[in-house]
Design a protein around this ligand. Sequence first.
Ligand SMILES: Nc1ncnc2c1ncn2[C@@H]1O[C@H](COP(=O)(O)OP(=O)(O)OP(=O)(O)O)[C@@H](O)[C@H]1O
Length: 446
Amino acid sequence: MSDALRLVRLVDDDEDLLAVQVQTLRLAGFQVEAFGSALAALEGMGPDYPGVVLSDVRMPGMDGFELFTQLHDRDPDLPVILLTGHADVPMAVAALKQGAYDFLSKPVGAGTLVAALNRACQSRALVMENRALRQEAQAEAARETRLIGQSPVMQHLRDGIDRMAATGGDLLLLGASGTGKETVARAIHRQGPRRARAFVHVACATLDEARFETEFLGSEPQGRMARSPGRLEKAHRGTLYLDQVEALAPGLQARFLALIEAGEFWPVGAAAPRPLDLQLIASTGADLAALVQQGGFRGDLYYRLSGVVLRLPTLAERREDIPDLFRHFLLEACARLQVPAAPVTPMVKARLAGHDWPGNLRELRQYAEGHALGLSPFDGGGAGSAARGLTEMMAEYEAGLIREALRLAQGNASQAMERLQLPRKTFYDKLTRHGIKPAEFRDPSR
Ligand SMILES: Nc1ncnc2c1ncn2[C@@H]1O[C@H](COP(=O)(O)OP(=O)(O)OP(=O)(O)O)[C@@H](O)[C@H]1O
C-alpha cells in the first residue's frame, strides 16, 4: 500500500475479541486505537480524523449502527466498517445504503479484515488528500495576485517566470524585501505543471533543529505513534519555497544540502525512502555570494541553489509601474475593507512620484490601504497629515519630477534640465539636495 495512513479506530465491547483484533491489525502494520464502547470511540472525532473506523454492531448502550449514524453526520466521507453477527445483516445492509463503507460477517478471517481495512484506508487517504488540495487551491485563489507592471524590467521578469514554469527547474529569487519574491514563486507554481499539487512555504528564519525534524521532515515527535507528513513530504510533486534562505542555520544548511543531493524522502508509514520530486525555489534579500565569501553561508549549497537566478527589481527601478500598482492596491483595499473607492488626489500623485519606496510593493500596498481609510494627507486629517508638512510634500513632489525627467532622458542631465527648464546650477543644487544621481538612470546595456 502506498502513502495512506493506516490508522484504525476499533470498537468492540468484547474485551477478548478486541485484544485479538488489536494484535492482528498491529501485526499487519496498522496503528490501532481500541475502544470498549461507541461513546468512548466518538470522543474527539471530527471531520479531520485521518483514519477509519471498524465497529461491532451489537453493543450495550449505543450500538454500532448508531455510532455509524453519528460519525456519518460529522463526516460523510469517513469509512466505517461494521462487524455483524448473522442476525444483524439486514441492519448492516441498511447501514450500507446510508453510506457505511462495508460490513463483515463474524467470524471474520485476518486476511479479509486486513484487506477491507487497507481499502478503507486508501479511500480515506484519497479523500484527505483531495480536501487538502481543495483547501490549498482555495487559499491560493484568495492569495492570487495578478502581476501588475508593464515596465521593461517587469516584462523581462515575466519572461523569466514563463521560462521557469515551463522548465520546472530549481531557481533562486533575488530581491529586496517586499519586491514580490513570494508572489513570483507562486506565479511560477501556478503556471507550471505542478499547479494541482501543493505550494509549500518554508520560512527559513523560523527553522531550528527540532522544527526541521518534526515540521520539515515530519519525523516522529517523542512518544507519539502517529507521524504526520512534514512540509517536505507535502511539497513532493509540488513546489518547495524556501523563504529567506540566508537565514538557514549552518547545521541545517548542511542537512538541507545532503537531502537535496540524495533526492529522497521518507513518506509517512513507508518502509523505504522514495525519490523526491519537486521544484525548489529559494529566495533571498541578502548578497549570498558575499555571505559565502565571509563564511556565513555554505558555498556548496549556494552553488546548488543558484544555478538559475531571477532578480526582482525594486520599485525605484520600475517607477513607471507605481501608478498602476497603486490603483490595483487601492481597489483591492477598498473592496477588502468595504469602503467606497477613494479618489487619487494630486497630493497622492505627488507622493507616488516623489517617494523612494524602500519597502517596495509592501510599503506601497500599505500606503494604498491607508489612503483607502482616509489616512493620507488632506484625505480627512488622519495620521499622515500630522506627520508630513507642506514643505516635505513639495520636496517629494519636486524630487519625483526630477527623477521622471532623468528617466525620460535616460540619465542625460542636460536633456533633463531642458525638460524642466532649470538653470544648470539650480538643477545640480536640487540633485544634491534630493540625493539624486543621473548615472542611476542610464541604461547599463548601452
Ligand atoms: N507584481 C505584483 N503585482 C501586484 N502585487 C504584487 C506584485 N508583486 C508583489 N505583490 C504584492 O506585494 C506584496 C509583497 O510581495 P511578496 O510578499 O511577494 O514580497 P517578498 O519579496 O516575498 O517579501 P519579503 O522578502 O519581505 O518576504 C504582497 O502583498 C503581494 O501580494
